[in-house]
Design a protein around this ligand. Structure first.
Ligand SMILES: [Zn+2]
Ligand SMILES: [Zn+2]
Length: 336
């Protein structure tokens, strides 16, 4: 067997697969990229060729324009293509719609690159599939034992209780434009909330794209030039940056909220002036990271971004070979 450490390497552009001549989520323009999902720190424009799920390709076209790459190579979940000497298959990662783990097979060995992923159910995303492999390359955004995400039902209930308790207030919820926004809308619908949900302009395009994928959002309305007084008693979704800035001051009697895994850190909520923190994450918590590593059966683990050190140590304690990959250019996913 040719161990993946012989044919995967870190280059300035990102993680590189030598026999496939391809990069995974490169942060600089390259000839050939496989992109795990549409978040901006993983999906950049300007690659000559992009392999990704059809939805990730659509998200990139929506964000960057139709010319984001010279050649699109959509690859549905579960189908295998051979690129160079490598077999490439994408499997659901459960992170946002279209998000994929990448399975690379070469020389009798299997490597899986997780991209960002989560194990909790998400009505917008196909559920994460554990893939057996020799090397698992994982993220570690919430890779500390203190991170334990509560059930989403409890967080949705917090928001609905606050609405019932303060019926005249505008509940302004900060959400990341891709993924969190649409997941929150669908979870509110699942909880029985059927009133219109109002959107800041920056969230409209991607929410329409999701609706075009057949994901039902119910009655969502752009705020546009609406009289802001009409928003009393309503739920308004906006990018996190808009919650504390001048834009929000025109809204009547606001309760500032945010939906993010980071909301379990009180200091972060306070700093963002959030009064109603909703702990809703699109990443694994600590236990789920360890469970996922275990599920792959991998004997070696590489950790890409987040809190690498704690996870590397936990893997080593379990007898696995583990190292942190110092990949440049991934953000802290501060808004997720
Ligand atoms: Zn992401
Ligand atoms: Zn990420």
């Amino acid at each position: 067997m040719k161990h993946p450490s012989q044919w995967l390497e870190v280059r300035p552009e990102g993680l590189y697969c030598i026999p496939g001549q391809l990069y995974i989520d490169p942060t600089r323009p390259v000839d050939q990229a496989i992109v795990t999902h549409g978040h901006a720190d993983h999906a950049r424009s300007g690659h000559a060729r992009v392999v990704a799920t059809p939805r990730t390709i659509d998200i990139m076209a929506c964000r960057y324009g139709e010319n984001f790459t010279a050649a699109r190579a959509p690859l549905p979940y579960g189908e295998t293509v051979v690129i160079g000497d490598v077999r490439v298959t994408l499997h659901p990662a459960g992170h946002i719609t279209g998000s994929a783990q990448i399975l690379l097979e070469y020389g009798g060995a299997r490597a899986v690159i997780s991209g960002d992923y989560k194990r909790r159910a998400d009505p917008t995303a196909a559920p994460f599939e554990p893939i057996s492999c020799d090397l698992f390359v994982t993220e570690a955004t919430f890779g500390l034992p203190v991170f334990r995400h509560p059930p989403i039902e409890a967080e949705i209930a917090k928001l609905l209780t606050s609405l019932a308790t303060f019926p005249g207030a505008t509940h302004l919820v900060g959400v990341y434009a891709l993924g969190k926004c649409q997941r929150l809308i669908m979870e509110l619908r699942r909880a029985g909330y059927d009133k219109p949900i109002y959107l800041h302009g920056a969230l409209v395009k991607l929410t329409e794209l999701y609706a075009g994928f057949g994901l039902h959002m119910g009655d969502v309305r752009p705020i546009g030039h609406m009289n802001k007084k009409e928003l009393a008693g309503e739920i308004v979704l906006a990018p996190p940056s808009a919650v504390a800035d001048r834009w929000s001051r025109a809204l009547p009697d606001i309760i500032p909220a945010a939906a993010s895994g980071w909301m379990q850190i009180r200091a972060r909520a306070k700093q963002a002036r959030v009064e109603l923190p909703l702990i809703i994450s699109d990443h694994c918590d600590w236990d789920e990271l360890l469970e996922s590593i275990n599920d792959t059966g991998a004997s070696e683990v590489w950790v890409t971004h987040g809190r690498e050190d704690a996870l590397v140590y936990a893997c080593q304690k379990r007898g696995l070979k583990a190292q942190a990959l110092s990949l440049l250019g991934y953000e802290d996913e501060i808004n997720e």
